[in-house]
Design a protein around this ligand. Structure first.
Ligand code: FAD
Length: 473
């Protein structure tokens, strides 16, 4: 069996000097060679591992034969963002983990599994380059209009599905640019902004417009949209940060990851004062958490330090071990290569400040691993008799996100579950309000891009069914 083909990557020393994309895509010959490692299984388990059921076997077979545009079209039948998902999907927990070459018992895919995500990215980028994303002639409209609240992957995907069916989607976005987390959360070195822009443009080219700077619930009420449109889709995401609830969290230079990443990715704080948003660049930064958000924050922090000519010093503090970290393995590897330090089995207890109210240190305790919890991972058990002291002058808290509450708080008629997510019918994604549907993180809890898109597709089918009933009544 041939060894997996790895695309080239920037040298870690060069990476931290800027925000250039770390991984280059496959060349055509590399893509064909990697595709030829695929066994074309009779019963392709990889497809079951994909949350939207891309026909992985078939698209890889076309890459094997050099039919790259056909491969692109096959992916697009199920996934509207191949260039994005090929870059950010946690494939090692999904399709690659199910690949027969991965072996049976690994918690995530082994290195031998087919590099499905890199092949998807290759086909996606090829499609954008050679077919302008295809899709693109505006389809005839039938007069029906649907308001989409939020322009993250859920909102944009739902808009695309509706536009293809002749319905006009109008997206309302609170921020000045569309994309949701893809824009303000995931940094450019993982997802270049021209790729994001092209993917969104391709989808909306079939019909649809984005109205930025509108916070639905405040700028206008949900009921107004219900009156003006035939239906409404809510894709407002999980933008509310969770906090540790420990003393000192309100000190200066302690950021939530959402604020920290938004300042840089959306507001370009690293180009202050050319751009108006400032950001504190500490000499010693700590990042609390073990997910993709924590890895993104840590790697951004390194780059900001390097840009200021400082010696990069960023420590990720996590209560479990490397094994239990929920982040993509590649992000962890890249963070390690770039020089991020890790303090595992460490539970923060208190941020300590100076006389000016700025953070100066983190008091913590060691943990040991106990029994498995509901997530299937071993629970961290703090050891109060094993104190730790971590010096820092800046901190980012990246321990998870909760549903965005702006709209739901101001719309009490919407039924929520105990976690504050919008309650939906699992088949149609209909909410408790007639004609209002929801999907993505606001309905499913903090998840992944592909899961958000899967829910949005389901909601689009629910909306079309609802509209057909409206027409015939
Ligand atoms: C830093 C970070 C890194 C991540 N990395 C990955 C990864 O590598 N791979 C992966 O698969 N997933 C990753 N995720 C998770 C993934 O990005 C989310 O699951 C996905 O973006 C959810 O999509 P969504 O459309 O539901 O919500 P979002 O992407 O959050 O988009 C919601 C949009 O709604 C807008 N909005 C909110 N309220 C209103 C309102 N009242 N009116 C108008 N607009 C509103 C917001 O401004 C936002 O643009 C990451 C998440 C974060 C935070």
């Amino acid at each position: 069996m041939k060894e997996p083909i790895h695309p080239s990557e920037l040298d870690p020393k060069e990476r931290i000097t800027g925000f250039k994309e770390v991984i280059s895509g496959y060349r055509e010959d590399q893509a064909v060679e990697e595709a030829r490692r695929c066994l074309q299984c009779k019963n392709p388990l990889c497809i079951q591992g994909c949350p939207v059921g891309i026909d992985i076997k078939k698209f890889i077979a076309h890459i094997q034969r050099g039919k790259f545009l056909r491969a692109y079209e096959i992916i697009k039948e199920k996934n509207r963002f191949p260039s994005i998902c090929g870059r950010v999907c946690p494939a090692e927990y999904q399709c690659r983990r199910a690949c027969v070459l991965s072996g049976k018992h690994a918690p995530y895919a082994s290195a031998r599994a087919i590099q499905i995500h890199f092949l998807e990215r290759f086909a996606g980028d090829y499609g954008l380059r050679h077919a302008g994303g295809r899709a693109s002639s505006r389809l005839p409209r039938d007069g029906r209009r649907v308001a989409i609240v939020g322009s993250g992957p859920a909102g944009v995907c739902c808009a695309g599905e509706l536009a293809r069916a002749g319905v006009t989607p109008v997206l309302y976005e609170a921020l000045h640019l569309p994309g949701g987390v893809l824009r303000y959360g995931i940094p450019e070195f993982r997802l270049p902004r021209d790729v994001l822009r092209q993917e969104i443009d391709t989808i909306l080219s079939a019909g649809g417009e984005v109205i930025p700077n509108v916070l639905v619930g405040r700028t206008c009420a949900l009921d107004e949209l219900r009156e003006q449109y035939d239906a409404v889709f809510l894709g407002v995401g999980a933008g509310t940060p969770s906090f540790l609830g420990i003393p000192g969290e309100q000190l200066g230079n302690v950021y939530s990851a959402n604020e920290y990443l938004t300042r840089v990715n959306l507001m370009q704080a690293h180009h202050f004062p050319e751009y108006h948003t400032p950001i504190h660049v500490p000499a010693r930064a700590v990042v609390i958490g073990g997910g993709n958000t924590a890895m993104d924050a840590a790697r951004v922090a390194l780059r900001l330090q390097a840009a200021q000519g400082m010696k990069p010093e960023v420590t990720v503090v996590y209560r479990r071990t490397e094994e239990e970290m929920p982040c993509r393995r590649l992000e962890l590897l890249h963070a390690q290569e770039e020089g991020v330090k890790f303090k595992f089995l460490t539970q923060p207890v208190e941020f300590q400040g100076d006389a000016q109210g700025r953070v100066r240190g983190l008091r913590a305790v060691e943990c040991r691993l106990g029994e498995k919890d509901a997530s299937g991972r071993r629970r961290p058990v703090p050891q109060p008799d094993r104190p730790l002291q971590i010096e820092c002058d800046g901190a980012v808290i990246a321990i998870g996100l909760r549903p965005n509450q702006v709209l739901t708080r101001l719309t009490p008629q919407l039924k929520l579950n105990s976690r504050g997510e919008i309650e939906v019918d699992s088949q149609t994604m209909a909410t408790s309000l007639a004609g209002v549907f929801a999907g993505g993180d606001i309905a499913g809890g903090e998840g992944t891009v592909i899961e958000a898109m899967g829910m949005a597709k389901k909601a689009a089918r629910g909306i079309l069914h609802f509209l057909s009933g409206k027409n015939s009544s």
